[in-house]
Design a protein around this ligand. Structure first.
Ligand code: 4AD
Ligand code: MG
Length: 434
């Protein structure tokens, strides 16, 4: 088969190739034969496009192969691009030749299948239009996070994934056997970030975090991608601005670069473009008052659960910020508020649509004795953190940082009901296969 230029479907759908001969490589998404005509909808990584194949327009064996080919067969189509209002997307390719590169067996995914079955065949389900739309948004969101931090003068540095101790409490640590010793998969780069911030001042990283989180919710994974930053010579208010900044930058980038995917997923580019700083601010005490007024009050010190986060974000289109959490039950590294010893300088960014907390961050405690006391109060041995405590001995300065769950952000941007669809192969308590 003669070669025209290899073209991506998205390019054809922009109207750039009308009247030209092109070559398309993809997989059969849908096919329909009517008399001497076959309409083959082909998908590639950028979209779907209809190829009109007529019996007298292509070699006889090609037409016969097209009639025989089942969905998900791999196909190469050569033909001329025409604008046609009847075709999905407004363009089609009039085939001069079609080659079935691989005849697929009957595809196991047909209509109306259960969620569980789709997770069993995730390796095939990731070919669906919906999944590829999400992956493209994810691609853009990741690029935007890197772009934001680099533009703001942050260095990209990398922490270890295998660690001797956790930062976010023992209950969600994944233990691994490390040549006869106990080690843990990282929950957050936090402790290493604090070390790196005293080396490189403004640092960030995007990589995996692990939580042995047994709760089966629509917003927890056991393995997720964490975008984290740490900044020396900075307090909570400074890093809060970066939390707003990076979220709004990611939303804007996705709106600009992927408007079609965003619309297909049920958001609008306008919704995302309106996500601009500043976000609405509440202290934990103010949040408590609002919840009480709504009849769903909580006790001092209790974490905000999905339920309360929903109540607080009701009617809001932008995420909100809740800060100044009660000191009880907070991680040992969070700084006390010098004006209110009952609270720490910690904050969460909370998004609507049931997604909840997408960012958690804080100013870090700098007083050595206070950290040691907090560790002991949590039943931890400060000796296990000896290297971390060194950071308060040599050139300690005020610093702060946060972590953003990339899948939570993508879940919210794409309006997904469940976080598992924000990642190709989700890891949850019930499943680590395929
Ligand atoms: O609030 P977290 O636990 O904070 C930390 O780990 C800090 N050490 C971050 C830092 O200051 N560098 O986690 C941060 C974010 C959460 O806001 C949430 O978006 C996400 O990580 N996250 C999860 N995402 C998916 N599945 C889970 N099980 C998650 N646990 C946390
Ligand atoms: Mg948190």
């Amino acid at each position: 088969m003669a070669r025209g230029p290899m073209v991506a479907i998205a390019e054809i759908l922009k109207g750039a190739y009308v009247g030209r001969e092109v070559e398309l490589r993809g997989w059969i998404y849908r096919t329909r034969t009517m008399g001497g005509k076959a309409f083959v909808v082909v998908r590639d990584d950028t979209g779907i496009l209809q190829a009109a194949v007529s019996k007298d327009g292509v070699p006889a064996e090609s037409f016969e192969a097209v009639e025989r080919a089942l969905i998900e067969s791999a196909v190469v189509v050569r033909g001329t691009v025409v604008a046609d209002k009847r075709a999905p997307g407004g363009y089609e390719i009039r085939a001069a030749d079609v080659k079935i590169v691989h005849f697929a067996e009957k595809f196991p995914i047909q209509e109306d299948l259960s969620e569980e079955f789709l997770l069993d065949v995730r390796h095939l389900w990731i070919r669906s239009q919906r999944m590829t739309q999400i992956f493209r948004v994810r691609h853009t969101a990741f690029a935007a996070v890197h772009e934001y931090f680099r533009d703001q003068g942050f260095w990209e540095v990398h922490p270890p994934m295998i660690t001797p101790a956790g930062s976010e409490g023992g209950s969600t640590l994944f233990e691994i056997e490390y040549f006869g010793r106990k080690a843990y998969l990282t929950q957050s780069w936090q402790l290493y970030a604090e070390a790196l911030a005293l080396s490189m001042s403004k640092v960030y990283y995007v990589g995996p975090s692990f939580r042995a989180e047994k709760s089966r919710t629509s917003r927890h994974l056991t393995e997720y991608w964490h975008a984290e930053m740490e900044q020396a010579w900075a307090g909570m208010e400074d890093v809060l601005k970066h939390a707003e900044g990076v979220i709004s930058h990611a939303c804007r980038r996705v709106a600009e670069e992927r408007p079609d995917d965003v619309i297909a997923l049920g958001r609008t580019p306008e919704f995302l473009k309106a996500v601009t700083p500043p976000f609405e601010r509440l202290t934990y005490r103010e949040a408590m008052d609002i919840l009480t007024a709504k009849g769903v009050g909580i006790e001092w010190g209790k974490d905000l659960r999905t339920f309360e986060e929903r109540a607080l974000t009701e009617g809001r289109t932008k995420p909100i910020i809740v800060s100044h959490y009660p000191r009880v039950s907070q991680a040992f590294y969070k700084a006390r508020d010098p004006t209110d010893p009952e609270v720490v300088l910690a904050f969460d960014v909370i998004a609507g649509d049931g997604v909840g907390e997408i960012v958690g961050g804080s100013e870090r405690e700098t007083d050595l004795a206070t950290i040691e006391a907090s560790l002991r109060a949590q039943g931890e041995d400060p000796k296990a953190y000896a290297w971390y405590l060194d950071l308060r001995r040599y050139g300690s300065v005020q610093h702060a940082g946060f972590g953003m769950g990339m899948e939570r952000l993508i879940q919210w941007i794409c309006k997904l009901e469940h976080i598992r669809d924000a990642v190709p192969f989700p890891r949850t308590p019930a499943r680590f296969h395929p």
